[in-house]
Structures are given as structure tokens and as C-alpha cells.
Design a protein around this ligand. Structure first.
Ligand SMILES: NC(=O)c1ccc[n+]([C@@H]2O[C@H](COP(=O)([O-])OP(=O)(O)OC[C@H]3O[C@@H](n4cnc5c(N)ncnc54)[C@H](O)[C@@H]3O)[C@@H](O)[C@H]2O)c1
Length: 270
């Protein structure tokens, strides 16, 4: 596999979970990886936060694929930090071809438990963070004469993740942002697509996450079955999402843009 030979990919939320899987997969296909992760306590989440050791492990995994890794601790809410990393990538690796805006948070809460801080944090990270990522990197893709931008939304960006008004709102915003950026960046041969995973086995499901989801489900069990996949498999492995990301990053999807690709076992139609 070397569909991405001599390409450079910029990935946020790269310390663990899906971001790490995307980094390893794109490196295996030939891309050098530039990336950023908070790797520090996340605001208000019921699961464990990523650490600098997680980020170092992703670096080692990319290098084990024989590719370069420039991975930094940083926050997608900080546009200047993203711009500085994009500039470093251009200086050291010659440019950028692929962007994966993957960093995100998720806090289960019924509508009447939700707080202004919870809503603001989802908008700041899941929406403004994605916008910041595109704004910081797209100029390098324009300079290169084209590229592929992949925004990680969710099943919740197409249907509804019950008991997460803030998360569902943020992921629908990413779906709209995909179309809006695709419309303008198409003139530069830049494709913009979103990926919509259903449940994925990552550290987002660690700590008290499952218990909190079960508690919120109890508030209205009718909604608890929403998002059941048609397939027998309920939860995806991160690598199954990476398959879609690698396809969208490659020339095999050369005439696809403004598309919203689900990897959810059919859950959005249940
Ligand atoms: N796990 C699922 O079931 C699932 C389902 C659908 C969509 N998603 C989405 O997929 C993406 C990846 O999630 P995951 O499952 O790998 O979760 P994860 O929590 O394992 O990984 C997310 C990473 O993003 C980083 N991050 C969070 N806020 C950040 C910030 N402000 N700046 C920089 N980095 C930040 C975290 O430190 C973490 O390493 C997220 O956008 C998530 O919403 C997840």
C-alpha cells in the first residue's frame, strides 16, 4: 500500500483513539504525519483524558511505519497554535496535502442537566476547533494546488445522539461546514468530505462514560435504542473508520467532495 506516497497529512486529536489509528494508517500508505493533541485534562468529560505519553506513543507508531512524525501538544481552540504547526510542516516537510480534523469531546447529559459550560465547550472544540483546523491548513493546500480535507463528524451529525443536545448540535455544524468549505475550496482542487462514525471502541468510552450513558438512557428508554446498527457488530474498531479516511485522502475518491460518509453499520437509518 502506498497510495499516499510523498504526501503530508495534518491530523488533530492524534494522541490516541481514532486520531492515532488515522495517523498510523496514513503513514502506512506513505504519508508523513503532522499532528496536535491537547494531551491534558479535557473539560467536564466522564472519561479519561489523553496524556503526553499517548502522544509520544503515536509518534513512535508513525516512525515505526518508516514515516516522519511532527506531533505537538496543543489546543484546537488556539488558531495561532494550529497556524504555527502548519507553518512548521510546510518548512520541514515541504507542504500539506491531507487534513483530518478529528479532535472532539462528548459529554452525555439530558437536556435539563446540560449546562452553559457544556454547550460552550462542545461548540469551542467540536465546531470552532474544526473551523480553526481548516483555516490554519487550507492555505498550504491551496499553495500545493489541491488536496483532501476530512472533517470527523458523527452519527450524531446526521441523526440524533439522544441525551446530547450539545454534541448533536456540534456534529450537525460539522456536516454543514463540510459542504460550505467544499463549495469554496473546490476552485482550488481541494475536496472536503465528512466522516460519520457510529460507536467506536476508543478511550472516549473509558472511565464513567458507559455508566453516564446508561443513566441518561434511563430518563427516556424509548430513545435508548436509537442508533442501533443493522449489522450484528455494534461497535467499530478505530481502524474501520481509518479505512474510510484513507479512501477519502487518496486519489481513489478524486471526484468526491461535499459528501458525508457514514461508517455506522446502518445506525443512522434505524
Ligand atoms: N468514539 C466514538 O464512539 C465516536 C463516535 C462518533 C464520532 N466520534 C468522534 O471521533 C473523534 C475522535 O474521537 P475518539 O473516539 O478517538 O475519542 P478520544 O477521546 O479517544 O480521542 C479524541 C482526542 O482528541 C483530543 N482533543 C480533545 N479536545 C482537544 C482540543 N481542544 N485540542 C486538541 N486535542 C483535543 C483528546 O485529547 C483525544 O486524544 C471525535 O471528534 C469524536 O467526537 C467518536
Amino acid at each position: 500500500m502506498s497510495r499516499l506516497e510523498s504526501k503530508v497529512a495534518f491530523i488533530t486529536g492524534v494522541a490516541r483513539g481514532q486520531g492515532r489509528a488515522h495517523a498510523v494508517r496514513l503513514a502506512r500508505e506513505g504519508a508523513d504525519i503532522v499532528g496536535l493533541d491537547l494531551a491534558a485534562p479535557l473539560p467536564g468529560v466522564p472519561y479519561e483524558s489523553a496524556t503526553p505519553a499517548d502522544l509520544a506513543e503515536t509518534t513512535a507508531l508513525v516512525e515505526a511505519e518508516g514515516r516522519k512524525a511532527i506531533l505537538r501538544q496543543g489546543d484546537v481552540r488556539d488558531l495561532d497554535a494550529l497556524k504555527a504547526l502548519a507553518a512548521e510542516a510546510v518548512n520541514q516537510l515541504g507542504g500539506l496535502d491531507i487534513v483530518v480534523a478529528n479532535a472532539g469531546i462528548c459529554i452525555p447529559a439530558t437536556w435539563d442537566e446540560s449546562t452553559p459550560a457544556m454547550f460552550a465547550d462542545h461548540m469551542d472544540i467540536n465546531v470552532t476547533g474544526v473551523w480553526n483546523t481548516v483555516m490554519a491548513t487550507a492555505p498550504a493546500l491551496v499553495e500545493r494546488g489541491g488536496g483532501s480535507i476530512i472533517l470527523i463528524s458523527s452519527y450524531a451529525g446526521k441523526k440524533v445522539q439522544p441525551f446530547m443536545v450539545h454534541y448533536t448540535t456540534s456534529k450537525h455544524a460539522v456536516t454543514g461546514m463540510t459542504r460550505a468549505f467544499a463549495a469554496e475550496l473546490g476552485a482550488h482542487n481541494i475536496r472536503v468530505n465528512s466522516v460519520h462514525p457510529g460507536a467506536v471502541a476508543t478511550p472516549m468510552g473509558s472511565g464513567d462514560m458507559v455508566a453516564r450513558i446508561e443513566e441518561t438512557n434511563a430518563a427516556n428508554p424509548r430513545l435508548a435504542v436509537m442508533g442501533t446498527p443493522f449489522l450484528n457488530q455494534y461497535v467499530a474498531e478505530p481502524e474501520e473508520i481509518s479505512n474510510a479516511v484513507a479512501f477519502l485522502a487518496s486519489d481513489e475518491s478524486s471526484f468526491m467532495t461535499a459528501e458525508h460518509v457514514s461508517v455506522d453499520g446502518g445506525a443512522q437509518y434505524f
